[in-house]
Design a binder for this molecule. Structure first.
Ligand code: SF4
Length: 205
C-alpha cells in the first residue's frame, strides 16, 4: 500500500470557518445548545474587525488568498454582518466568502449580500421557517448569483416529521434548477424530543 504523504488543496488558500456567534432567532430541536442560543450578545463590528486583524496579521505572510465560510448561530441576525463582509472585501481582498443562513432575513438583505459574497447556503428548518417566503427568497437570490462565478445551495434538513414536504422541496428546486442536498441530522445532540412547529408550512402542493 502506498502511504499518503502530503495533500495539497486544488487551489492553495487560507481556508477558515468563522463562527460569528451562537445567537440565533430559531431554536431547532436537533441543534445543540453550544451552536445556538437566544441570549448571547452579537459581537460588535469593532470586535469582529479586531478578530480578523489579529488573524490576518499572523497569516498574511503566506501570501495566499483567503476563503472564509461564515456560520453561526444565525449570521444575518447580527447587524454587523453585512458591514463586516463589505469591509473584508474592500480592505482585504478576501478571495472567497461563503455564508450559511437559515433564510430568515429579508429578500432585500439577501440581494445585498449576494453582491458581496461568492456562495450562499440556505438551510430549511421547518419548525420555524415560512416555507413560501423561504423559497421565494432562494429563487430571487439564485437568479442573481450566476454560476460559475457565484452559487446558491439549499441544505434540506432531513427532518423525520417533514418527509412529505421534503419531497415537495426537492421537486420545486429541481424545476427551478437550484442546487440542493438532503442533509442527515444527528439527533444525538437534540435539545428536546419533539418539534415545536412554530413555522408556516404554506407551500402549495
Ligand atoms: S437555525 Fe441553525 S443555528 Fe439556529 S437553531 Fe436552527 S440549526 Fe441551530
Amino acid at each position: 500500500m502506498i502511504p499518503i504523504v502530503k495533500v495539497d488543496p486544488a487551489e492553495p488558500a487560507i481556508s477558515l470557518t468563522w463562527m460569528l456567534g451562537s445567537r440565533c432567532n430559531y431554536n431547532c430541536m436537533y441543534c445543540p445548545s453550544e451552536l445556538h442560543d437566544s441570549t448571547s450578545l452579537h459581537p460588535s463590528l469593532e470586535t469582529l474587525q479586531t478578530i480578523w486583524r489579529n488573524f490576518y496579521n499572523k497569516t498574511h505572510y503566506q501570501l495566499m488568498p483567503y476563503k472564509i465560510s461564515f456560520t453561526g448561530g444565525e449570521v444575518t441576525a447580527n447587524r454587523s454582518f453585512l458591514p463586516l463582509v463589505s469591509w473584508l472585501k474592500d480592505q482585504y481582498q478576501v478571495d472567497k466568502i461563503i455564508v450559511t443562513t437559515n433564510g430568515s432575513a429579508s429578500k432585500n438583505y439577501y440581494l445585498k449580500l449576494a453582491k458581496l459574497v461568492d456562495a450562499i447556503s440556505f438551510s430549511t428548518h421547518s419548525e420555524f421557517f415560512n416555507e413560501r417566503e423561504f423559497f421565494l427568497k432562494v429563487q430571487a437570490v439564485n437568479d442573481t448569483m450566476i454560476r460559475p462565478q457565484k452559487s446558491v445551495h439549499v441544505n434540506i434538513m432531513d427532518e423525520y416529521w417533514n418527509q412529505d414536504r421534503i419531497k415537495m422541496y426537492k421537486d420545486l428546486l429541481d424545476i427551478n434548477n437550484v442546487s440542493y442536498s438532503v442533509n442527515a441530522i444527528n439527533y444525538d445532540v437534540k435539545i428536546r424530543d419533539f418539534p415545536v412547529q412554530k413555522g408556516q408550512l404554506n407551500l402549495a402542493a
